[in-house]
Design a binder for this molecule. Structure first.
Ligand code: HEC
Length: 151
């Protein structure tokens, strides 16, 4: 009897601990976007003033950052839609790895990324994410990627 109670208690603890709070991304889902249209959005909103992306010529846009932030390329974990949308509409939520430094954040520690929330339509955002997501190439980190200290 006691053991049953204990199991029940620990199970309920486990479940309450897993119940997503109101800020959880659970249930978040984007409609299918149009990647071609997203590419036009990327160019039109001048993301290239601060970013570079393989396959797009950014030489004509003057950089607004000390050095442009690369988007796309090899990543160790999947770049999810949730992460990309967040990067665009709430860039300071999580500053991209390596950019929590002068030139990329302001004195209050906020991202210097431009805010598009009052400009971009939801359709444009969805298309933009549909364009950006496949630019990331999942390359799981495996043993041979570790530096070899011993011959
Ligand atoms: C004025 C400069 C500026 C402009 C314009 C800009 N960004 Fe950014 N962006 C940044 C900076 C700085 C960072 C790195 C700090 C951070 O994570 O917010 C960043 C980060 C990002 C990231 C996350 C990168 C990562 O590796 O996690 C994405 C995605 C992104 N931007 C997309 C866009 C898109 C799409 C546009 C155009 C609609 C855009 N940005 C326009 C400055 C800019």
């Amino acid at each position: 009897m006691k053991i049953k109670l204990l199991i029940l208690a620990s199970l309920s603890l486990l479940f309450t601990a897993c119940t997503p709070g109101p800020e959880s991304p659970k249930g978040f889902s984007l409609p299918e976007g149009d990647a071609e249209a997203g590419k036009l959005v990327f160019v039109a909103y001048q993301c290239l003033a601060c970013h570079s992306l393989k396959g797009l010529d950014d030489s004509k846009t003057e950089s607004q950052l000390p050095k442009k932030v690369f988007l796309g390329g090899d990543v160790n974990t999947t770049k999810t839609y949730g992460e990309l949308v967040t990067s665009i509409i709430n860039p300071s939520h999580k500053i991209a790895l390596g950019y929590k430094r002068e030139g990329y954040i302001d004195q209050a520690g906020q991202s210097r990324m431009r805010n598009y929330n009052d400009l971009m339509t939801v359709t444009e955002l969805v298309d933009l994410v549909a364009f950006l997501q496949p630019q990331y190439n999942l390359k799981p980190f495996n043993r041979s990627n570790y530096p070899h200290y011993f011959p």
